[in-house]
Ligand binder design. Structure first.
Ligand code: ADP
Ligand code: MG
Length: 295
């Protein structure tokens, strides 16, 4: 399900801001505009993110794995009709992956050193969106380089060229964080301070059913309803600390529904959800729930 801007009933100044950001883009840039498709648990998840971005705030999407954070970022790119440059954070993320790198360029007559802009510089210079996924996966020492980009100055001294880069109008930052997920470190306070936080919980009930039937191959009404119940039971288990978070991911559920179009549902659940868990007790807990629902 996607929402038209009219349905969101945004204040007129915000709509003007959105209008102002629209530009004409070349083919390469057009490919970077999001396709949308996010279904918010409550409309405010979407409207508040739109309002914050149009006010020039940095937006931090916070929620469990597979709750639609990346989908929401793509939907924001669609709403603003703005290309979005993405960074996937990991422990290997370094300044070059953010800012860019120098390379030797040669043609017949001469050889020169050129700077190839990375996602941060591209988005700032072109007034595009920047999406920083799993921001808390990055090593804490890598991100402070972005402090100036993320505060009111919206500028950075490129450490590789010495050049000062200022963001042009329209530049906006969306980051995603999966708090508590294994391998993540809590986000540094100074960094967190620079964002407006939007919580992105798992969708449930009718909304989840719509997403499952739109995004998976499964079309059997009864099975779709059972998978919606499975999801809600798994979320409860996760909240009670009985199984780890991945078990409730909508990404895993979509895989499972695809398989369930062709495999018996219990086998689909084994492959799509249970076999990804490490702990035997967790596996047994999920299997138990699945067996009561599907037999
Ligand atoms: N609220 C939602 N609206 C639409 N699709 C969703 C939603 N939540 C999850 N999904 C689907 O589940 C999968 C995982 O979503 P994704 O955005 O990658 O999650 P995250 O970035 O939070 O880990 C995607 O296929 C996405 O389309
Ligand atoms: Mg993601």
């Amino acid at each position: 399900m996607s929402y038209s801007l009219e349905q969101l009933q945004l204040p007129s100044e915000i709509l003007q801001q959105i209008e102002k950001r629209k530009k004409t883009y070349n083919e390469e840039e057009t490919l970077l505009i999001g396709k949308g498709g996010f279904t918010p648990s409550e409309l405010s998840v979407l409207t508040d993110a739109i309002i914050a971005l149009s006010l020039g705030k940095n937006v931090l999407l916070k929620g469990p794995t597979g709750s639609g954070k990346t989908k929401l970022a793509e939907t924001l790119s669609q709403v603003f009709v703005q290309p979005m440059h993405s960074i996937n954070c990991s422990v290997d993320l370094d300044a070059e992956a953010l800012i860019g790198y120098k390379t030797i360029h040669s043609n017949e007559s001469r050889t020169s050193i050129e700077f190839v802009s990375g996602p941060v510089i591209k988005a700032m210079e072109k007034g595009h969106l920047l999406y920083i996924d799993e921001i808390n996966m990055a090593k804490p020492e890598t991100l402070p380089i972005l402090n100036g980009v993320l505060d009111y100055r919206k500028m950075i001294t490129n450490p590789f060229t010495g050049e000062v880069v200022r963001a042009i109008e329209g530049f906006g930052v969306i980051a995603a964080i999966n708090e508590g997920y294994v391998g993540t470190v809590p986000l540094n306070e100074a960094l967190k301070n620079r964002f407006v936080v939007i919580e992105v919980p798992y969708i449930q009930g009718g909304q989840l059913k719509t997403v499952l039937s739109e995004q998976s191959k499964l079309q059997n009404e009864k099975l779709l309803n059972q998978f919606v119940t499975l999801s809600s039971d798994l979320i409860t288990q996760v909240q009670n600390g009985q199984v780890s978070e991945e078990a409730a991911s909508i990404r895993a559920l979509l895989d499972t529904c695809d398989l369930a179009q062709y495999l018996p549902p219990l086998r689909a659940i084994e492959r799509g959800i249970i076999d990804k868990l490490e702990d035997d007790r967790e596996k047994a807990a999920v299997r138990n729930i699945a067996e009561t629902l599907f037999e």
